[in-house]
Design a binder for this molecule. Sequence first.
Ligand code: GLY
Length: 584
Amino acid sequence: MRKLQCTLVLLVASCAHQGLVPATPYGRSADLNSSYEAKGAGGVAVATQGRYATDAAFEILRRGGNIVDAAVAVSMVQAVERPHSTGLGGGGFVLWGKKTAAGGKVEAWDFRERAPLAAHSKMFIDLKSGKAVPELSRYGRLASGVPGMVAGLYEFHRANGKLPWKELLSPAIRLAQDGFEVNPELASALEGKSDILGANAAARAIFFHPREPRVLKEGERLVQSDLASTLKVIAGEGKDTFYKGSIAKKILEEARLSRLLITRSDLHRYKVKLRPVLQSEFRGSTIYSMPPPSSGGVHLLQILNTVERAPLEKWGILDSRSVHLVASAMQQAFADRAQFLGDPDFVKVPVAELISKEYAYSVQEKIPLDRARPVSEVRAAPFRAPVESDDTIHFSIMDSEGNAVSSTQTINGHFGSGIVVRGTGILLNNEMDDFAASLSGANLFGAVASSRANFVEPGKTPLSSMSPTLVEKEGRFVMALGSPSGTRILTCVTQVLLNRLVFGLSPAQSVAQIRYHQQWQPDQIQVDEPGFPAELKGRLEKLGHKVDTTNLGCRVQLVERDTESSSLTAVSDIRAEGSARVER
Ligand code: GLY
């Protein structure tokens, strides 16, 4: 098996050569064995936020699996190597691009968490003050939605996989059982949430040093024996054990002891949903992305459409006119998000209108080129509504035949709710924080609501920003990409698309390029640190933008296929842990 990879050092060098602004790899492992960009003449391209996950993908492919099988193995290994980001207690989305005789067919799989039946719109409000209490939706007993990960992966595999289900879990079982050395990123997440983890005995038993009162440190071994046993049961019995069988029993016992809202009927009625894929033409390419209950695809397409007619390539990538226009388009998109977006099974979302060229062009005409608009001036679209890290994970896989998987999965904030289901190693999500608790508060990612569209209701799916995305050209999938980091996901993915499709940067440059984010409220452009040019910051401030320097948390995982040569490229964001590989 041939393996082609370039090192982190080469990637930085090539970016510097182009005169661009490469992001400093502040989160990366000191061990440079994992590569961040790879190219190859064919085979399969994989980009993930881990090294064991990428290894697992190729282990399964070598055994004769297809990329769906590889995607399941990657998801399960990421649940073990990134317990702060994703896991069996969470959920996610997959965009599956399948090559057919007629071209390509795309499916959007929704296995996000659902609100328990006992959930209600006032559950995060302090009755005395009438104000939302953010801690209630972020930590502890009320924070978790009904997990969809196991059902989603199982059904996605049942419909499209090749190898037997139980074979796919073996790399994850091995890793959980044998353990691995805590890397810098996981060490930092553990440190950041040591109080939450320390407060839960089952979490403490996993993530704390066995003899010292502290979380595991970089270089120490994380073994997850209970999780290994749980994975073995799921490998043998499939999804039913999680929703009706022995794992369900343990979840319900935890619900009783910790007074969680999740009941037997919540587990029984959990359903994976196939959603209508969003699609729009953009400068000669077809972009496919995730529909509601994600806001990601809607606003990604809306922003692209808004800037489509502007001479961005003439202005240049880090020109204040380009950044001003793109950031102003983001601002409008987030005003619309706050008003209209929610679970389409509960509220009618004007999707067609929001992603229409007509609306986008009208928005472009209203954006003054000589000044920033304050929040008060940016109103949601006048549509009649008929009647929301650095956590989360994304991986992308593409084969030389033109099949593609783009999947974003999460337990929301680092270590989710902080509650581990006793005896299972499963950390429960805190996805309930992605609902709007009130019209005055903001969630973990600062997202606000201007309507009740994303208020909590029993069985409802919390609004997401996860944006697994595919790009098709001449009837063939050419790109699969996505990222973690809450509301920033959709703007980071949008910028990588602009870097690639408009500014003509290479795949690696497109991912490494400095990024920015505007989400209407707070009224500021957040620019990724470090490396945003001071001169550009000054120009934007002159236009009236407030500019805040921050770590946006996006870690874009991109795979590409060249239509002529069928050669493949994989890029894993240089900013943090991850690996990219192409093998045949
Ligand atoms: N929990 C992050 C998202 O779904 O966007």
